[in-house]
Structure formats: C-alpha cells, structure tokens
Design a protein around this ligand. Structure first.
Ligand code: MRU
Length: 353
C-alpha cells in the first residue's frame, strides 16, 4: 500500500460509475472496485464492500444515479421514468436498515427527482451533480467535526475508539478518526487504543490500518479489555462514530459501543459521539425506535473462514446497539459540540438549518 489512507477517497463518482475501496479485503489488500449498476450498488452496501454510515449514504446517492442511467436507456415516457426511479430509490434505501445517512442521501436524490422540471437526460445529470456535491461536502463536514473535536482532546491524551469511523467509513478524513487526525495535527503526543470490534473486526482490520498508515500511534485491544485499561487510568477519553442519533441524543453505533459507554461512565471518562448532522434522525424520539440490523450468523461462528464454536449452538448477531443519551458527554458535529439536554440542543440545531 503506497497511499496514505487519509488522502484517498473511499467512494467517488467517475463519469458513469461509482468507484469504491473494497473494504472486505482489509487489511491484506487495497483494491478499488467499479460499481456500474443499481443492483450492484445495493449488493455492495448490503455485503459491506462499502460500509460506515456516511460512506453508505454517498453509495446510496450514487446508486440512484446508476438506476437513473439504466432507466434512461429504456425509452420511457418522463412520468414513467420518474415513477420507476422513485421506486428504485426506495429499494436502494432498504439495503441496510440502521445507518440513517443512507435514507437521508437517497431522500436528497428523491427531492431532485420530484422537483426537477428537466428532461430525462438533464435530470440524470442533475442527480450526478448532486451525488458529487454530497461527496465533496462529506469531507468538508468531517474536517469541521475534526476541528471542533480537537478542542476537547486533552494534551497527551489516549483516545479509545470502537469500530471504524475513519476516512474509510466516510468519503474521507473520518468522523471519530477525523477528531483524532485534527487533534494529532495539533499535538503529536496523542495516541489511540482501538477496540477490535467483533464480529467483523472493523477496529482491527480498518482502524489500525488507517491510523498506522497516517503515523498515529495505535494500540489494538480486544473488546473485553476496555474497562481494564480504563481502571488503570490509561484512557483519557472515548470518541466513536454513529449510525443514527434519535431526537433525544440516544445513539446507535456498532455493537459493543454501549458497553464502552457504560465503562466510561463508571470510570468518569468523557464519552463523545462524532457524527454529521445527517446522522441525526429528528423523526424518531428515542433510541427505542432505531431499527437494529440482524446480521448473518457466520460472522459470529467463524473467523477467517474457520469455525470457532460448537456446531448447532444458538447465535444472535445484532450489528448495532443504542447508547442512552445520559452516557454521552457531547455529540461533536460540523455545527459544534452538542451538549445535554440533547432534546433541546438537537432541536435548536434543526431550527437553524
Ligand atoms: O457495520 P458498519 O461497519 O457499517 O458499522 C460502522 C459503524 O458502526 C461506524 O462506527 C459508524 O457507521 C460511524 S462511521 C463514520
């Protein structure tokens, strides 16, 4: 691997297709894959070739463009084109259930489809332009999140993170790891402890990869170790990403995040969420309403293709959990750091959007 991870674009629209880094191959291989049809994009999101809430949002937006291109070749009347494209967009939004950025970005494309008065070819190019705009904005937003977040990182801090909320979970730079990057640029004495993040090991496979590529000192620990290191006084703060934040601040993130938040509260360690405003789902009141993805059982029963348990044992594999708002010190967004009472601070942000 020759490129620094922070410089790459995880997903990018190129002329008529979407190019993305295949995240299933980490850490062994760094390979781009070209997605040329809507169904391929649906499968890439579902099978986590692209993953991480902001990245799958952009993937969804690109997916709508791919469907538009396909329907554009069918010689449909404009009304029929619009009807079929809106149905395809709704289908795209079902490729994964928890990260709301997917529904948010597809909705942005649907607004264009519904409001545009242009002919089909022009409408397709408007959707493309919007996809590219969302892509570029993602990096700008993450840099703002990074700058706000860096202000609350103590000098010499050891930051614990869970899963991967980095450049590879976004178009670039990252949310939680954006905070790490901005803090490291100001103070190169900080370091990161990365949870392995079973079952898919995004912490081990992806976070350690992108941080070490950027020269940021990183220690990998397994998920059960976090409270041990907190008790020893070795963790100064926790920063994680988010897949969906309810209107009261309850936050869904990768399974295991809730455990880290409880341990942080017990040890009096600040616990921050870093996420763009697009991750806030103002339509749901509390975390109870966030749909939690149930993933394939072989993610739990196997590691690297090898069985690790007794045949026939019962398996449950929720992909996410919800951290209640009272465990969250602050939500770092591109508009600043939201503080409790989250119901109020989130409502205030949305009033001024
Ligand atoms: O299942 P994944 O890998 O898509 O889950 C990713 C996470 O839970 C991330 O922490 C979250 O999406 C924030 S990414 C900036």
């Amino acid at each position: 691997m020759t490129e620094f991870i922070s410089k790459i674009r995880t997903i990018q629209w190129i002329d008529t297709y979407s190019r993305m880094v295949d995240q299933t191959l980490f850490p062994d291989e760094f390979k781009y894959i070209n997605i040329t049809t809507g169904q391929q994009m649906f499968d890439a999101i579902k099978n986590m070739i692209v993953r991480g809430a902001p990245a799958i949002g952009i993937a969804g937006a690109h997916g709508v463009v791919l469907y538009a291109q396909e329907l554009g070749k069918k010689n449909l009347a404009r009304d029929e084109f619009v009807k079929e494209l809106l149905e395809k967009a709704d289908y795209m939004a079902t490729s994964r259930p928890t990260a709301v950025n997917l529904m948010w970005a597809v909705e942005k494309q649907k607004e264009i489809i519904k409001n545009s008065k242009s002919e089909i070819s022009e409408l397709i190019s408007e959707l493309k332009q919007n996809g590219i705009k969302l892509e570029n904005e993602d990096i700008e937003i993450n840099k703002k999140i990074g700058d706000y977040g860096a202000e609350v990182v103590p000098k010499n801090a050891t930051i614990l993170t869970h899963c991967n909320a980095g450049a590879l979970a976004t178009v670039g730079y990252g949310t939680a790891l954006g905070v790490v990057r901005s803090a490291f640029a100001k103070d190169n004495t900080i370091q990161v402890f990365a949870d392995e993040t079973r079952p898919r090991q995004q912490g081990a496979r992806i976070t350690t990869l992108e941080l070490t590529m950027d020269g940021i000192p990183t220690t990998l620990i397994t998920d059960g170790m976090c409270s041990y290191f907190m008790k020893k006084g070795m963790i100064d703060m926790v920063v994680v990403g988010a897949d969906r934040i309810a209107a009261n601040g309850d936050t869904a993130n990768k399974i295991g995040t809730y455990t880290v938040a409880i341990a942080a509260k017990y040890h009096n360690i600040p616990f921050y969420i870093a996420a763009p405003i697009s991750t806030i789902d103002i339509n749901i009141k509390t975390g109870e309403e966030i749909p939690i993805e149930e993933r394939a059982h072989d993610e739990v029963t196997h590691i690297n293709g090898k069985t690790i348990c007794a045949k026939g044992v019962n398996i449950i594999n929720p992909g996410f959990d919800v951290t209640p708002n009272e465990l969250i010190t602050g939500i770092i967004t591109e508009k600043g750091i939201l503080k409790p009472d989250y119901k109020k601070s989130i409502a205030d942000i949305f009033k001024n959007l």
